[in-house]
Structures are given as C-alpha cells and as structure tokens.
Write a protein that binds this ligand. Structure first.
Ligand code: 13P
Length: 247
C-alpha cells in the first residue's frame, strides 16, 4: 500500500527563531515512518530548514519553482537551485499563485516539467472557486487544470503528486465534506488512469482547512492519499495530530 503524504505549506510565515522551534518540535515526535511527511517553506529559509532536517525522515519542499533553468528571471529560483538544498517537493500552481501572480495552466505545466527534469516531485494544485462549484463546474475546472500538466509532460506523470484544494476551503475554516472531496479525487484518479498505467501510485492530497479534528475522516476516503496543510502546519501539535491520523 502506498504511504500517505502529509505536507505542510507554511506559505509566507516563519522566522529563523520560529522555524527552529517548529522543526525541533516536529522532529521530537519522530514522524515520517508510517506516513511521509514534508514541510514546504519560504525560499529564504530553505537553507536553514534543509540543515535542520538533515538526517531526519521529514522531507523539504519549496512553494514554487521557475520554469526556466537559468538567466534573466529576477526573483525566481530554478529547480537546480532548489536541488542544492535537498528539496524533494515543490508546490506548483497553488491557487494563491494563480490568483495573485497570474499563473496559468500552461505556465504551471512548464514548472512541473522543470521540477521533474531536476528530480523534484511537483505537488500540482488544482481546485475550483465557490462560484464554479455552485455553477456545477467543479469537475470540468479541476480536469482542465490537471490535463494541462498531464498532456504536456515529457516526463513520467506517475512521479507527480496532485493536491485538490477547493479555493473556498482555503484558510476559511470551511472544509469540503469527505464525500465532496472523495468525489473530486475519484474523478482526478480516473483522469490519471487514462494517462498512465500507474495512476494508483500517484498520491492525491486534499487541502483546505484540514486540521487535527477533521483529518482522520478525510484521510479515510479511498482516494485521499494525504493532505496539504496550511494554517494547521504552523503549530507542531496540530500538524503532528494530522500526521498521526495518516498512519
Ligand atoms: P489552510 O489549511 O490554511 O486552509 O490552507 C490550505 C492550503 O492552501 C495548503 O496549500
């Protein structure tokens, strides 16, 4: 059976002191055995957190990656640069980047390719807005977002992680019900099955107000293979409870 993956997305939070405390508290629990565990940290802290995690069973992730290898791309970091800090995962196409940074399905697909080429596992985010859900367009939207990555990919698509994050559930305290989430995850799995014989190996995470109280029931769904955790990843006790629920 594949291991579940619990990945914290710290977003733009942290400080040298806070990171050190949070990582020490997480590592004290020795997580990462029954489930895979990762923390996706702001770029300036990659070096610090990479050193703190060295030799542990918790993996390091970035929150974005450039589609380009090098050159005149002010503000960007290439997959090769991330690799130098032992980055294993990169979140790609988070709804906050789609919303505030104009990222498109095409630019996200190019980033996923760049990550795979460097041996970094892209965590490809998809998710609908409230209006899209209410209009009955959820599946159409997430299938379009995933298709862009699946169809332009020269690398083995079975090496990606997918994260379903309904936009209306992010940071709102409103979680998709287990049934709502499972329905979308099953649709994404079916789409992946058409693209690869290894679709059952691909982990499809749920993200959006996942917390210590609701994690177990979400993670019990057949197609929910882990979580991408925002707010609750900033407190070790909450994050560790979610990791425990994934075992
Ligand atoms: P919250 O868990 O804070 O809702 O954030 C989810 C998210 O966006 C993870 O990437």
């Amino acid at each position: 059976m594949k291991k579940k993956l619990i990945a914290g997305n710290w977003k733009m939070n942290g400080s040298l002191a806070a990171n050190e405390k949070l990582i020490a508290e997480i590592l004290a629990a020795k997580p990462g055995v029954a489930a895979d565990v990762a923390v996706c940290v702001p770029a300036p802290y990659l070096q610090q957190v990479s050193a703190l995690l060295a030799g542990s069973s918790v993996d390091l992730g970035a929150q974005d990656v450039s589609a380009h290898e090098a050159g005149a791309y002010t503000g960007e970091a290439s997959a090769q640069m991330l690799k130098e800090f032992a980055v294993r995962y990169a979140i790609i196409g988070h709804s906050e980047r789609r919303q505030y940074h104009g990222e498109t399905d095409e630019s996200i697909a190019a980033k996923a390719q760049a990550a795979l080429k460097a041996g970094i596992c892209p965590i490809v985010c998809v998710g609908e807005s409230l209006e899209e859900r209410e209009a009955g367009h959820t599946e159409e939207v997430v299938r379009r977002q995933l298709a862009a990555v699946v169809h332009t990919n020269g690398h083995c698509i079975s090496e990606i992680v997918v994260a379903y994050e309904p936009r209306w559930a992010i940071g709102t305290g409103k979680t998709a019900t287990p049934e709502q989430a499972q329905e979308v995850h099953a649709a994404l799995r079916a789409q992946l099955r058409l693209a690869t014989a290894h679709a059952d190996r691909i982990r499809i995470l749920y993200g959006g107000s996942m917390n210590a109280a609701n994690a177990a029931v979400l993670l019990a769904q057949p197609d929910i293979d882990g979580g991408l955790i925002g707010g609750a990843a900033l407190k070790a006790v909450d994050f560790l409870k979610i990791v425990e629920a994934a075992q």
